[in-house]
Each structure stands twice: as C-alpha cells, then as structure tokens.
Design a protein around this ligand. Sequence first.
Ligand code: NAD
Length: 366
Amino acid sequence: MSTLKFAVLPGDGIGPEVMEVALNVLSTIAAKENMQLDYKTADVGGIAIDNHGSALPDSTLEVCKTADAILFGSVGGPKWENLPPKEQPERAALLPLRKAFSLFANIRPGLLYAELAEASPLKTERIPNGIDIVCIRELTGGIYFGQPKETKDLEGDDILAIDTMIYKKSEIERIADVAIATAKSRGKRLCSVDKANVLETSVLWRQTVTERVAAKAPELELTHMYVDNAAMQLARDPNQFDVLFTENMFGDILSDEMAVICGSLGMLASASLGAGKNSLGKPFGLYEPAGGTAPDIAGKILANPCAQVLSAALMLRYSFGLEEAATAIEKAVETAVKGGTRTSDIAFGSEVASTKDMELAILASL
Ligand code: NAD
C-alpha cells in the first residue's frame, strides 16, 4: 500500500471550505486505489497571523519540509488588508514558500468545458468546443527578482527607479524541460513566448529553447511568439495553442488573461514545481486553485470546490506519479459539471448547487 504524505494548508476565506471537499475526494480515491493518506494540516495566511503572529510560522514550514507536496488553499481577506504590504498574507506566505522550495515552474491548465463556454467572455461562437490549453510560467527569475532593484533620489528633485531583468541559461533550460515534458504528454505543440526583438534575456531565452527542443524533443512542433502578439492571439483564438510557455512577468500577465477567458476562477487549478525532488524522487510541488479567498461568498457554502479538487489531482500526477488516479478525479469533476451540478459561478440561470452538492456529485462520479 503506497502512502501519500503531504501538507495541507487551507488558509482563509473559502480555503477551508473547498479544502474539505478536496480531502474527501482524495480519501475516496485512496480507498479505491488501496493508498493511504498521511497529511498534516497547518495554519497559513491570515489565520496564521491571528494564531501565531506570522503568515508563515516556522511550525507550518516544518510541516511542509517533512512532506512530499503541499496542498494549498488560498490566503488573505479584508481583515488583514490594512497590514503593511510586506506583512500581507499573500506576500508573507506564498513568496517565502516559493523561495523555500525553489518553486520555479508554474503550470496552469486553462480548461473550459464546451458546456460552460458561456462563462467565457469569448462566448460560444469563438470556442464551440471549450478551451484546453496549458500555460507554463517561470516563477523565480526575471524582473521580479533581478538586482539591482531600487529607487533613489537624483540631483534636483528627480527620482530614479530600477528593476533588473536577469535570466541564466540554466534557468531557461530547466523551465524548458518542464514545458517539453508537458507538450509531450499533450498535443505535442509548444509555443515559447518572449520579446526577442527588444530584450537581451529574450534573445537568450529563444536560442536556449530552440537548442533544448532540438536536442531533447525534435518531434515537438516548436513556435516562438512575441508577447504582445501572444496576448492578442490568446483572446482571439486560444485553442491555436497547446502549451504556452514563458518567463516570469509575461507569464504573470498571460496566465491571468487565460484565467479570464476560461470563465470562472472556481474551475482553475495550478501546480508550482520545485527544483528539488521529494522522498519518492518526484518533483516537490505546491498545488493551489488559481483564485483567492473569495470574501464575498466565504462562509456561505457557495464556493466552487472544483479548482481545489483539480489541484489535488495535479498533486497526484506530478508529486506522486499517480496518473490514473489524477485522471479519475479530473473525469469525475468533468462528469459532475457536465451532468448539471453547478455552483453559482457557473450556473447561468440554472439551479445553483452548494459546495456540498458539488462534492456529492464528484464523489458519485468517482
Ligand atoms: P478572488 O479570486 O478571491 O475573487 C474574485 C471573484 O471570483 C469573486 O467574485 C469570487 O467570489 C470569485 N471566486 C473565486 N474563487 C471562487 C470559487 N472557488 N468559487 C466561486 N467563486 C469564486 O480575488 P479577490 O477578490 O481579488 O481577492 C480576495 C482575497 O484573496 C484578497 O485578500 C487577495 O489578496 C486574496 N488572494 C489570494 C490568492 C492566493 O492565496 N493565492 C490569490 C488571489 C487573491
């Protein structure tokens, strides 16, 4: 019997509500597949500030360090939004976690079932078959972290602000490898996004990606696209892409654009993979929904748990190598939603299901 050892950090707002559903789904699949769940729950975000005085207490970090993966809810909310920026739950919890585990690869499936096409601002005519793409974003390099990064007073009363965009070839190679593996497991088309007509880092990015694909996966169809065009093409015809992949800042923007065209945040999962391996020799990863704590619906049992459940499926796939169990969960969510169980974010006038109704429908499909 295999044991799945992971940390559970539900966080704030709807986090604990949707996490409960994900854990029930995991328990069901574990019972079916003869696996044992060994998870520890710890405070993170606003609740951790309240209980321990820090958004990421040492005790929580310890729980994560002894696990093979982290299943994360979401953090933040009105109660903590007047804290200084550095102490805000999102910044004080997620950024240190990314740093502690060198989470360099963010994988976001952009999935919209044809039945939910109405949820997308693109509407059904443009996406009659829904959307099925993946966006991969480099998460630890580029302009958000490059030094120098400062603001200084100049002579007179002028002010100078500097951000520095830096990429090493080795950083590009490791994210390219994640993109190559993802494209190989899907439609075998990889689009690398850069701004090689203007940026030195992009020239190195394009050259490195071209070399890496030629050496490791010449069977893939590799294309390159400037980021301004990619933003336009994503809104015009998202399904022209299979796997889109890019550096940190471009990925920040494009992955949010992708979330919007996919309709509800309640359906979108994500995985952030680390440089290190877990005790099973698989990538350590943090798995979380794309959305936040949804304070407007928190406590009302209205949240859509699908994004959290699908994040748990990604955890099984990447950090535990359990492809069949991951696919079974994904199919169960698909069957539940296509069968007509719809939380308020995807209901469009049909009967509104509660978080619990959605859980029961997913469990029934499993
Ligand atoms: P949000 O994603 O929480 O909510 C935006 C809208 O989407 C809301 O109308 C909300 O009801 C809806 N929504 C989100 N998830 C949903 C779900 N599962 N089911 C149904 N509807 C859902 O974004 P926001 O309102 O900008 O932020 C609220 C708080 O969450 C803030 O404190 C913010 O800092 C935090 N936040 C945290 C994370 C994270 O933990 N990774 C990410 C984004 C925002």
